[in-house]
Ligand binder design. Structure first.
Ligand SMILES: C[S@@+](CC[C@H](N)C(=O)[O-])C[C@H]1O[C@@H](n2cnc3c(N)ncnc32)[C@H](O)[C@@H]1O
Length: 298
């Protein structure tokens, strides 16, 4: 039963607001006023309860909110793969809310990856950090085809963290309540992880191809090939724009680009990078409630 907004503490609010200061000494008046307030509250759909009961109910509601309510939260295959990926790559777990957001993004990522499974072409992740999403994608490929060793999957990353943010990446004051008006969400170098460490974490998939360098510049050095699935998790405007510009024309029919940060208020450049690239390509972009967005080659 949801009680949000349906509970009001005893008329403490009124005592504290000083409205009843003069009469609260007189018990009969106090009781009458209490009844009056109770009746009025009931009329507007509220129920008056003692503060102690209210506090207990609020705690129970908070716990109920934390309880799993969506499939991905109890999907044993996803949950065990995610937990293993965290452990193997050494990716820090986030707080409960952030963790659940990250899990829902990765769950979507895996569903879209399965969906693009029948399309020919290479798969690529731009922006791997410690390798968690690459691990989950390759784990899934292995579940579908046990001989999968990473062949046909490539990673492109600076392995030196984020590039220099530009004015497009400036977070507007107040646009993200989690950021107290800072100019940028992160500095160049954030999410730095050496290539050796990622290779070690993903050693179960020795055939993964690694390309180190700054996006977009490094993209011109990639072998000319076509793609079925592209995951772009680069946070910043310039590399996102450059990656979409490069990979979309190389997608096979039915192939898909997943933009990780498109709808994130923390990374405003990701939205503009995705929108600008989609507009230049004349392609529709599909935003998801997780902050991800899709570009599909039809
Ligand atoms: C948020 S992390 C990726 C998280 C990762 N997908 C995961 O599963 O945890 C962003 C990554 O993008 C890379 N990156 C950012 N800007 C880049 C650029 N201009 N060129 C190459 N790599 C870049 C960083 O090195 C980092 O690995």
């Amino acid at each position: 039963m949801r009680l949000d907004g349906a509970i009001l503490p005893w008329p403490d609010v009124l005592w504290r607001a000083g409205l009843l200061n003069r009469v609260h000494e007189y018990a009969p008046v106090k009781t009458a006023v209490k009844r009056l307030v109770q009746r009025a509250a009931r009329r507007f759909g509220y129920q008056m309860v003692p503060v102690g009961v209210w506090a207990k109910a609020s705690r129970a509601l908070a716990l109920a909110d934390a309880a799993p309510s969506l499939l991905f939260q109890v999907d044993p295959v996803f949950q065990s793969s995610y937990a293993r990926g965290l452990a193997i790559t050494g990716t820090p777990e986030s707080g409960q809310v952030v963790c659940s957001k990250r899990q829902s993004r990765f769950y979507n990522l895996l569903s879209i990856h399965r969906w693009a499974g029948g399309v020919p072409g290479w798969q690529v992740e731009c922006g791997c950090w410690k390798g968690l999403s690459s691990y989950l994608l390759n784990q899934q490929a292995k579940r579908l085809k046990p001989s999968h060793d990473g062949a046909g999957f490539m990673i492109v990353d600076s392995f030196e963290g984020l590039s220099q943010p530009t004015s497009e990446d400036r977070v507007q004051r107040g646009s993200d309540p989690a950021l107290p008006g800072g100019e940028y969400a992160a500095r160049a170098g954030t999410f730095h992880c050496p290539q050796d460490a990622v290779r070690k974490a993903l050693s179960e998939f020795p055939a993964i191809e690694y390309h180190q360098g700054w996006i977009p510049e490094v993209l011109s050095s990639l072998p000319e090939r076509t793609y079925s699935f592209v995951h772009i998790d680069l946070d910043l405007h310039d590399p996102i724009r450059g990656a979409v510009d490069y990979f979309f024309p190389r997608l096979e029919k039915g192939g898909v680009i997943v933009l990780d940060d498109y709808g994130s208020l923390t990374w405003p450049g990701a939205l503009k990078g995705g929108d600008d690239a989609a507009a230049a390509l004349g392609q529709p972009l599909t935003p998801l409630s997780t902050g991800q967005a899709l570009l599909v080659r039809r």
